[in-house]
Design a protein around this ligand. Structure first.
Ligand code: HPA
Length: 291
């Protein structure tokens, strides 16, 4: 890697993957990332085997309140899964390559499909707190400014130098999610574009108005970096945002975004989100897509 700093190089990811493979008999084909307050998704796994991030070689540590900081292996509706209970964010100070290391490790242990969840601020005026948005596309603001996990030398063992992102979010899984939501009578399930910002400060009113004008329906501080690394490595991706707060668009509004509201909304709606995700996993067919 010479003069370039790499914190998610092939050898490093391989060593972490081998450590995990020798520590559990579970061979996951599905990876799940639990967003803020949504760690309960991991509690659905049968016969769970838990590894604290601090015990896993090369893994970063989760520093955010509401994120447990552990990997959970187990079975969900008969499918072998690995769950990240807690993820890594730019605002914690990690380089974007370190944030996405788990995606490359998952690829090396055999994961084919990534399901990512997050809590996000609603920008679309039709969204209400407690809605769930199927992410159909993203705007990567840090990426546009040069903070992309694939910056640096490309390792062809993971994927292409210039991966396509017009199919970042798997359309079949999106359709399956709509079908499952309709069957469950979940009228609060919507669809839209997620915009990533670096945080940790929430957006100003002017920024919210700008993001809406740009075509974003929800804003958050995660997910897109993981999706880019996962797609680069040929895994299919499906992602959901829980609308935990509505962003402030008017100067005479008394509303103020805060992390406690984000966690409280997640607590109230987690059970429905878990039902949605577990039913999608149960119905999912094996992935035969890559790039
Ligand atoms: N902005 C950015 N990130 C968020 C928000 C928000 O309003 N809510 C939850 N994550």
């Amino acid at each position: 890697m010479s003069e370039f700093v790499s914190s998610n190089g092939y050898e490093e990811c391989r060593a972490t993957a081998d450590w995990l493979l020798s520590s559990t008999k579970v061979r996951p084909t599905v990876g799940i990332v639990c967003g803020s307050g949504l760690g309960g998704l991991a509690d659905m796994l049968k016969d769970p085997q838990v590894f604290k991030y601090s015990d896993i070689p090369n893994f970063p540590r989760s520093t955010v309140h509401g994120h447990a900081g552990q990997l959970v292996f187990g079975m969900l509706k008969g499918k072998p899964c690995v769950c990240m209970q807690g993820r890594f964010h730019l605002y914690e100070g990690y380089p974007v390559q370190k944030i996405t290391l788990p995606m490359r490790v998952f690829k090396l242990i055999g994961v084919e499909t990534m399901i990512l969840t997050n809590a996000a601020g609603g920008l679309n005026k039709d969204f209400k707190v407690g809605d769930v948005m199927i992410i159909k596309d993203h705007i990567n603001l840090p990426g546009i400014a040069g903070v992309n996990p694939l910056v640096g030398p490309n390792d062809d063992r993971f994927g292409l130098r210039f991966p396509c992102m017009s199919d970042a979010y798997d359309r079949k899984l999106g359709q399956l999610a709509h079908d499952v939501a309709a069957e469950l009578g979940f009228k609060f399930v919507k669809e839209g574009v997620y915009c990533a910002v670096s945080g940790p400060s929430f957006e100003t009113i002017a920024e919210c108005r700008m993001l809406r004008t740009l075509g974003a329906d929800a804003v958050g501080m995660s997910t897109v970096h993981e999706v880019i690394a996962a797609r680069h490595a040929g895994m299919r991706c499906f992602a959901l945002s829980l609308i935990s707060n509505c962003t402030v668009m008017e100067y005479d509004s008394q509303e103020k975004a805060n992390h406690e509201e984000v966690l409280e909304t997640a607590r109230q709606t987690a059970a429905q989100l878990e039902k949605l995700v577990s039913t999608i996993v149960a119905r999912m067919e094996h992935s035969n897509t890559s790039f």
